[in-house]
Design a protein around this ligand. Structure first.
Ligand SMILES: Cc1ncc(COP(=O)(O)O)c(C=O)c1O
Length: 411
């Protein structure tokens, strides 16, 4: 690991102070032009004693705006300190976790996975339009039926068609013959450009699609395509415990990734991350954003610099090895649950590198599902699956209590 280190609390405190000092200080500096300020002093006092020990709360009160993209071109002068913190976050993710070449990435901290996925689809739609003069109706979004609803939401916003590839019921793997059929039909319908979203941890199952399968089929059909990875859930799990994987930016077919820090990393909401290889994000330059220095390459507009600080603090509190240990413990707990379910002959799906266990609903009475707050695949009352996500707070004691109740039912 080149960048993903562990810093003491004291080192973090100093580093964040230094970053905040490089930003404009609305309390002490003369700054007349921005429609921005620190948080309201009457409500959020700048000298509350507990702020001394909390760099994150201090940065919330300072209220930096990381508007724009800070991996390319120029950025707002007023927030250079927290922009640098954001670059360090992106560097750890792009280079150390997702094996991108140094300096060969762009990205930003978005509001969440939904925005990061839409940003990716927006980049590719515009790329196909600009580079190949594609018409709107020549482009289609392609993803599995297990994909998150941000893909149809994005299709709707971007006014693009979308096609869903069926997966095999038990393995949740994309069915190659169905993928071939769908691509052929789309081609017949005039589609020439495919925006693929390949999952690295689906919402309901934690299943991981094979992006190389998409590439194989699309190359065979001789159509143009770009592949985005939706690692909103799995981005801080799958690559951490999977040594030999090509689901990253070293893969020539993969151009961008979504990773949510507000899921597995337990960062505050508003910390979805968009990453892409160099040369792509310029396709969504909003040059009308003239009042923003460097203009804007993001979907967000204004966004909290404190979000980047929160992600930075978590990454550098653990370091690469600390995070590997944490994920290993969660995976051991997941395995324990799977072993118990096997012993009870209860059917479920689990990707071996992920921390989601999705149980066939017929094995779980409704009262038990409600008592333990299991999440169904649909709230229509017609669900086939119920999932357990082994997060930090889902401890072995909780799982033992749940399994004990299942054992009683089986008697
Ligand atoms: C795989 C996947 N992608 C995208 C999202 C959307 O993330 P957000 O709710 O942060 O917008 C989710 C949310 O659960 C998800 O599981």
């Amino acid at each position: 690991m080149k960048y993903w280190k562990r810093y003491t609390k004291d080192e973090q405190n100093k580093r964040i102070d230094a970053a905040l000092q490089k930003n404009v200080n609305f309390l002490t500096d003369i700054s007349l032009g921005y429609p921005a300020s620190k948080l309201d002093e009457t409500v959020f006092s700048s000298d509350a004693p507990f702020l001394k020990d909390s760099p994150l709360l201090r940065s919330f009160v300072n209220n930096p705006n990381n508007i724009g993209c800070h991996t390319t071109g120029v950025s707002e002068e007023a927030f250079v300190g927290t922009q640098q913190i954001e670059r360090e976050v992106l560097q750890v993710l792009a280079v150390d976790i997702f094996k991108c070449k140094d300096e060969n990435f762009d990205g930003y901290v978005a509001t969440g996975g939904t925005e990061a996925n839409i940003q990716a689809m927006w980049v590719y739609r515009n790329l196909f339009k600009r580079k190949h003069h594609a018409k709107q109706e020549d482009i289609v979004i392609l993803c599995s039926e297990d994909s998150h609803y941000s893909m149809p939401k994005g299709a709707n916003l971007l006014n693009l068609d979308i096609a869903f590839v069926p997966v095999e019921f038990n393995s949740r793997e994309i069915i190659e013959s169905e993928l071939e059929k769908i691509v052929a039909t789309q081609k017949e319908n005039g589609k020439k450009y495919f925006i693929v979203v390949s999952n690295m941890g689906t919402t309901m199952f934690g299943s991981v699609d094979d992006p190389n399968l998409y590439a194989k089929v699309l190359l065979k059909q001789k159509v143009d395509f770009k592949i985005h990875i939706d690692g909103a859930f799995g981005g801080f799990v799958y690559p951490i415990n999977t040594e030999k994987t090509t689901v990253n930016l070293s893969n020539k077919h993969i151009s961008s990734i979504t990773i949510d820090a507000h899921k597995m990393l337990q960062a505050p909401y508003g910390t979805g991350i968009f990453l892409c290889k160099k040369g792509l994000i310029e396709n969504v330059l909003t040059k009308e954003a003239q009042y923003v220095s460097g203009m804007d390459l993001t979907l967000s507009g204004s966004r909290a610099g404190a979000s980047a600080i929160a992600v930075w603090m978590i990454l550098f509190s653990y370091g690469a090895y600390g995070w590997f240990e944490k994920i290993s413990i969660l995976l051991m707990r997941t395995q324990w649950l799977c072993d118990q379910l096997d012993g009870l002959n209860i059917k479920y799906y689990r990707h071996p590198r992920m921390n989601i266990v999705t149980i066939h609903a017929e094995f779980i009475p409704n009262e038990l599902a409600l008592k333990y707050d299991l999440v169904p695949d649909t709230h229509s009352g017609n669900h086939k699956w119920l999932k357990i996500v082994i997060m930090d707070h889902v401890e072995l004691d909780d799982l033992i209590a749940f399994v004990d109740e299942l054992k009683v039912l089986k008697k």
